[in-house]
Design a protein around this ligand. Structure first.
Ligand code: ADP
Length: 355
């Protein structure tokens, strides 16, 4: 099986000794939309630049469609990169900006003009073709940057926080356009962002990074449902993470942890110390189904935001956790701070993770 893009134990140590990325493993299929998500400084851009060829790879190997690209220069890779600040030439026309990548490749003039015209048309930029890039709005500049990245017909488009410079409204519009465009072209997109909503809303899979290591690679929903590490449980959504001692395996695919709040069963092997419970997995009126986990606590805070009720609940061990409920349920009205309650959780919604 040839992957469109494959990183095999890729690592980067900068000349000053900074280890920016270690043991990065990833396989991407043709047409996938993959986001690199993590806090500033976790190594997202370094990894993207290594894929583009703008940064040397100091460990491991980089493959594209079965070819080893580890030491191939950027212009010989089937990639194209879009930068956060777009890196347009302000005093060059839109047309010349878009043609830049083709000029670097030495594309003959007739072919260059044909390709540029086609892509300007596709991005509704034909009317601005001869205008200087600095005489355009943020949204238009963003489109020029996309057009410039795509005109060279890359197999893989690399986007480094491409929406970072846009205001919230324009960001939403361009996000939608980007997703449609990606579907339409079937090009592989690798997208770097520190904005959770962007990564989770746009991509097929998310690579969550912290401190230069990959924490988890999963479709967005899985990151919420099944955090693989304490970092992901803390970074994505709101999870109650309860610590205890491993009690071994239970029913098929389930494990148990002995915690100060009682034995908690969840999806895992039983060798884990932590139980993660997403805020939206709690029921405030527990059913008496066998196996359901019950946790007693007291409401410490309640905020209703539209249809969602955000509760903070203090448990018997003094740990405060987040609970999300439907705000329109009648019992939620009674949950003012100080109210005791019992939370119910289906063990299938609990994920056991290693500390
Ligand atoms: P992110 O894109 O997630 O914000 P970066 O990839 O830019 O993170 O940076 C990862 C780490 O590498 C950080 O600690 C950063 O300070 C360091 N770093 C980035 N570029 C260089 C460089 N040229 N020389 C030394 N360290 C660098």
């Amino acid at each position: 099986m040839l992957h469109d893009l494959e990183l095999i134990s890729v690592g980067k140590t900068y000349p000053d000794g900074t280890v920016a990325v270690s043991d990065f493993d990833l396989q991407v299929e043709k047409g996938e939309f993959v986001a690199f998500l993590g806090p500033s400084g976790c190594g997202k851009s370094t990894t993207l630049r290594m894929i583009a060829g703008f940064e040397d790879i100091t460990n491991g190997e980089l493959m594209m469609m079965g070819h080893n690209m580890t030491h191939v220069p950027p212009e010989k890779r089937p990639t194209s990169m879009i930068f956060q600040n777009y890196a347009l030439f302000p005093h060059m026309s839109v047309r010349d900006n878009v043609a830049f990548g083709l000029d670097i490749k030495g594309t003959p003039k007739a072919e260059r003009d044909r390709k540029v015209d086609r892509i300007l048309d596709m991005f509704d930029l034909d009317a601005y073709a001869d205008r200087k890039a600095d005489k355009l709005s943020g949204g238009q500049r963003q489109r020029i940057a996309l057009a410039r990245g795509l005109v060279v017909e890359p197999e893989i488009l690399l986007l480094d926080e491409p929406l970072g410079a846009l205001d919230a409204n324009l960001r939403r519009i361009i996000q939608n356009e980007l997703k449609l465009l990606q579907r339409e072209l079937g090009i592989t997109f690798i997208f770097v962002t520190h904005a959770q909503s962007e990564a989770l809303g746009l991509s097929d899979r998310v690579v969550v990074m912290s401190n230069g290591v990959v924490e988890q690679i999963s479709p967005p929903r899985e990151l919420y449902r099944r955090p693989a590490t304490p970092f992901v449980a803390d970074f994505i959504g709101s999870n109650a993470v309860i610590e205890g001692t491993p009690l071994g395996a239970g029913a098929a695919g389930m494990g148990r942890v002995d915690t100060p709040l009682g034995v908690i069963e969840g999806v895992g092997t039983g060798s884990e110390k932590l139980a993660a419970i997403p805020a939206e997995a709690f029921r405030i009126a527990p059913l008496n189904t066998p196996g359901e986990l019950h946790l007693a606590g007291t409401v410490s805070h309640r905020q209703l935001v539209g249809a969602v009720g955000h509760l903070r609940v203090r448990l018997a061990n003094d740990q405060e956790i987040a609970v999300e409920v439907h705000a329109d349920r009648p019992e939620v009205k009674a949950l003012v701070p100080g109210t005791p309650l019992t939370l119910g959780v289906d063990p299938q919604a609990v994920t056991l993770i290693h500390a």
